[in-house]
Ligand binder design. Structure first.
Ligand code: ARG
Length: 404
């Protein structure tokens, strides 16, 4: 009998998928659950997979890999999709795809499977990544093929006595990892409705947030956050710690109507406390250590970078090239940023760097000024030359002409 490795979350879709794949494809299912940073009861997920009919259940802790190879590169790039979404889900997929492929090779499986539907971005990310890593593997996406509604899935699960907890299934579709939590469906499908408090799990509402601000200091080394409040910390702990610190103050709630790759606009709510703080802090340090030209160009790269993460192109050569550029920009992005967390806001209030381009003696209006003001008229004379020339020859439109 052939084997397939299924990305297994423990939820309804993937539990039904175990049984369905056996029936439809006659393959034995190995369930693979990847831990990229959400506290879950992995022992009972394992048990559920086996009870649903998997021949083997594997849980892999990939938190370190996730942070080092996916989250931090995206942070260095300042990757934020459409100005809002720090890309947590989108960053997790290529790593899970890689582990599916590795596990398929280890287990001698000829196929991999995932629980995405035909409308998701995630199906694209999985399929494109798997094919880039091993084009020989077959890809099965049961939820894209079976055409069952949720009710039908539940009936199917009951008919086959599959171990699902229907009552505890929420009306929302949730995906979470260290970099953030994504919530969609239910009442959120109406973009006019304010997200109800119940969709949030990592962040307090502003009403309940403490009345006193909390200050945090993030230390960066070449674009990577390495310390929190002066204490050196590994990436996973630092992100975890910041998620709870910033979440406590209601920082990191995002409500976004976004453009999916498959052409649909969808309303998604995110909680990303650590990502919000770190992205802000990182940008603030870049403001100190990169030139105007570098900053401007990098902003364009950031948009491209975010798009390619969102669009499932992590394993593209374009990504390698952009990542190399981004890495080069980070060589002096070292220093400390101080932020204030207060009532849902995260504000940069201080920054310092041994490689800072900020020069007090150039900026100051007080004593100690070394800027040569007598050089300015000459500079302005030449700077304004083309505009003067043009104005003399072609004149200026009259102000207020439009009102006549
Ligand atoms: N819209 C986001 C993305 O495509 C998140 C999707 C995650 N899914 C969820 N169940 N909320 O990356």
């Amino acid at each position: 009998m052939g084997k397939v490795v299924l990305a297994y979350s423990g939820g309804l879709d993937t539990s039904v998928a175990i049984r369905w794949i056996g029936e439809k494809y006659g393959l034995e299912v190995i369930a693979l659950t990847v831990d990229i940073g959400v506290e879950k009861d992995f022992a009972s997920i394992k048990e559920r997979a086996l009870n649903a009919g998997a021949i083997k259940s594997i849980v892999l802790d990939a938190k370190e890999q996730f942070v080092k190879y996916f989250v931090f590169p995206a942070l260095k790039a300042d990757a934020i999709y459409e100005g809002n979404y720090p890309l947590a889900t989108a960053l997790g997929r290529p790593l899970i795809a890689k582990l599916l492929v590795d596990t398929a090779h280890q287990e001698g499986a000829s196929a991999v499977a995932h629980g995405c539907t035909g409308k998701d971005n995630d199906q694209v990310r999985f399929d494109v990544s798997v094919a880039a890593l091993d084009p020989e593997l077959e890809i099965i996406a049961p939820a894209r093929e079976w055409g069952m509604t949720r009710e039908q899935e539940i009936a199917y699960a009951q008919r086959h006595a599959l171990p699902i907890a229907v009552t505890s299934e929420s009306p929302y579709s949730i995906d979470a990892n260290l970099w953030g939590r994504s919530i969609e469906c239910g009442v959120l499908e109406d973009p006019w409705i304010e997200p109800p408090e119940e969709v949030f799990a990592w962040t307090r509402s502003v009403n309940d947030a403490p009345d006193k601000p909390r200050y945090v200091e993030i230390g960066f080394d070449k674009g990577i956050p390495v310390s929190l409040n002066g204490e050196e910390m590994g990436g996973v702990s630092l992100i975890n710690e910041l998620n709870s610190l910033a979440g406590e103050h209601g920082v990191g709630r995002i409500d976004h109507v976004e453009n999916r790759l498959v052409g649909i606009k969808s309303r998604e709510v995110y909680e990303a406390p650590a990502a919000t703080v770190l992205l802000k802090a990182h940008r603030a340090l870049e403001d100190m250590t990169l030139s105007k030209g570098q900053l401007r160009f990098k902003e364009r790269v950031a948009q491209e970078y975010a798009d390619l993460i969102y669009n499932g192109l992590w394993y593209s050569a374009l990504h390698q090239d952009l990542a190399t550029y981004v890495e080069s920009t980070q060589r002096f992005v070292t220093g400390t940023v101080r932020l204030k967390l207060f009532k849902g806001n995260c504000t940069v209030v201080g920054r310092k760097s041994p490689k800072s381009l900020y020069s007090l003696s150039l900026a100051t209006y007080d004593k100690g000024d070394i800027f040569d003001q007598s050089a300015s008229p000459g500079f302005i004379h030449i700077w304004g030359l083309p505009i003067r020339t043009q104005a003399q020859i072609q004149g200026q439109p009259e102000i207020g002409e439009a009102d006549k």
